[in-house]
Design a protein around this ligand. Structure first.
Ligand SMILES: Cc1cc2nc3c(=O)[nH]c(=O)nc-3n(C[C@H](O)[C@H](O)[C@H](O)COP(=O)(O)OP(=O)(O)OC[C@H]3O[C@@H](n4cnc5c(N)ncnc54)[C@H](O)[C@@H]3O)c2cc1C
Length: 506
């Protein structure tokens, strides 16, 4: 029996109860505050949890305040539930394509949506132990449940208790940005905060927004049997990514049968009986879609309200969040901010990096900068799109000359044997050197592959050294070695030219 499996008497409700016991125990009693904390952390999402844990490990007196559930958006309504249902949806897609792999599966496989969601709850309940309030408390952190609010530049109030501090980390995260489309509020819509509570798979689903959230969930729901359309006002998905990576994703989603509407604005939503009629416009072409549910993934808004940040002298912007310098310090030098409440790129591993940085900078007078870190990210569609470092456009804007080494996945043996030969690895170096500036990987396992390049960048390892790294054969990450070898060929060519000249002259 695999760990993930459990005895059959446990139901979705049992998993939810088990999870709640970890992430917000109903009978939790807040402790009595000590005289003064070295560090008070607001928000127990990835950024806050890790910072509190790391600070406690080095002996600091730490308080952690959470108003809702430990684990924050990532654990409860983000990375974990989405990746879990994506896994099942991929399995259904593979069954659909089984014949291409020479395998036979019974025809007419039907999706058991309730079972998909029950597995998601089971997985979430299992992982909840790692992000539990009890775990933090056992590690020496004073855990408070309640709404945190500054009561001046050196104190925070929570549930009638006053916590005095030397340093604070605000890691209050973000919430889904709400759409201002006429009629949508009355018609009702889903966000990541309630989509994982669905009891039935929507027959027809319109996803608004073609960022990572929109693309991942559009593909997953399509593979779970929804008739999905996706509308995005930009001309391509994943606005920040390289154009050819976004195109590969667009093609893959179209192959899944998703209705793609790029350059399309949502004008209005109205109800017709039980159906939601959505009016859309692409330039002069106007059309309507009739759907059962609308999922909105148009970005997020930082949680800056209600904390009385003004009383602590912390500057913020309602859209951009808390303003920090490169050391993650706010306008009040005793107060730091990290994660989605201030970060432009919203990923929990940025929060992991930020947690280390805050502990060094806030508690040990460190001067570590966020901008020097190589932080990769990935969109977990099929194929995955991963990136680290600079994009070519960014490098050009900074006046850095770039040379790119590209390997198509159809040149990689393992990608061919696995039937996953779509996509590419692109590594950008500073022209005339082997210094890696950045990379994009569009491939089935891009999220795993990008780590090698990220590691090389963090360790200052150039492309020439990567060419000497042996990879097991056959693996998809050999694409990186092939790209690095292509770089080697460019530097050795003058030597080759010279040798050729010598041979020809004899
Ligand atoms: C559907 C979806 C999928 C995602 N998938 C991925 C992925 O695969 N990989 C990835 O890297 N990222 C992913 N993300 C992004 C990731 O979830 C966020 O970047 C991450 O959760 C941010 O962590 P955080 O600690 O900054 O904030 P949060 O996780 O939002 O946590 C903030 C916490 O602060 C608490 N809080 C707020 N205000 C107060 C207050 N006044 N007092 C007390 N507590 C307060 C909140 O209740 C919350 O628990 C995904 C996001 C979504 C929505």
């Amino acid at each position: 029996m695999r760990n993930e499996e459990v005895s059959s008497y446990e139901s979705s409700n049992d998993y939810d109860q088990r999870e709640l016991q970890n992430v917000h125990p109903p009978d939790w009693k807040n402790p009595e505050p000590i005289d003064k904390y070295h560090l008070v952390v607001i928000g127990a999402g990835p950024a806050g949890l890790l910072t509190a844990l790391n600070a406690a490990k080095v002996g600091a007196k730490v308080a952690l305040i959470e108003r809702d559930r430990f684990g924050g958006a990532c654990f409860n309504v983000g990375c974990i539930p989405s990746k879990t249902i994506i896994r099942t949806s991929r399995l259904y897609a593979e069954m659909r394509d089984a014949e291409n792999f020479g395998a036979q599966v019974p025809t007419g496989i039907s999706v058991d949506f309730a079972a998909v969601m029950e597995r998601m709850r089971r997985v979430r309940a299992r992982i909840s132990r790692r992000v539990s309030a009890q775990r933090l408390s056992s590690a020496g952190v004073d855990v408070y449940f309640g709404e945190a609010r500054f009561a001046g530049p050196d104190a925070i109030e929570v549930e009638g208790k006053r916590l005095r501090f030397k340093r604070v980390l605000v890691a209050s995260g973000a919430r889904p940005k709400l759409p201002s489309i006429p009629g949508i509020a009355a018609a009702g819509y889903l966000t990541n905060e309630n989509v994982f509570d669905l009891a039935q798979c929507p027959r027809r689903l319109l996803v608004l927004g073609g960022g990572p959230l929109g693309c991942e969930l559009a593909q997953a729901f399509s593979r779970l049997g929804s008739q999905v359309s996706i509308a995005q006002d930009d001309p391509m998905f994943l606005g920040n990514e390289e154009r050819d990576a976004a195109q590969i994703l667009s093609d893959a989603m179209a192959r899944d049968g998703i209705g793609i509407h790029l350059n399309t604005e949502t004008i209005n939503v109205r109800m017709e009986g039980n159906q939601k009629m959505v009016d859309l416009a692409s330039d002069d072409y106007k059309f309507s879609l009739s759907v059962d549910e609308i999922l909105v993934g148009i970005g997020s808004a930082p949680n800056v309200e209600g904390m009385n940040l003004e009383a602590a002298g912390v500057d913020y912007d309602k859209e951009a969040g808390i303003l920090t310098n490169d050391y993650l310090q706010t306008s009040n030098p005793q107060i730091y901010a990290a994660g989605d409440v201030c970060s432009e790129k919203k990923f929990p591993h940025i929060e992991t990096a930020a947690a280390d940085l805050v502990v060094h900078n806030a508690l040990f007078w460190g001067r570590e900068k966020l901008s020097v870190l190589a932080i990769p990210w990935c969109t977990y569609t099929d194929p995955e799109i991963a990136h680290v470092g600079l994009y070519v456009k960014e490098a050009r804007e900074k006046g850095i000359p770039v040379k790119t080494f590209t390997v198509m996945m159809h040149e990689v043996d393992r990608a061919i044997t696995d039937g996953e030969d779509e996509g590419f690895v692109k590594i950008h170096v500073r022209e005339g050197t082997d210094k890696i500036l950045g990379a994009t990987v569009a491939a089935s396992h891009a999220g795993e592959m990008i780590s090698e390049i990220s590691m090389a960048m963090s360790a200052g390892i150039g492309l020439a050294a990567l060419a000497r790294v042996n990879h097991p054969y056959p693996t998809q990450s050999q694409a990186i070695k092939i790209a690095a070898t292509a770089y080697q060929a460019t530097i050795s060519s003058p030597i080759r030219k010279w040798l050729r000249k010598q041979w020809l002259s004899h």
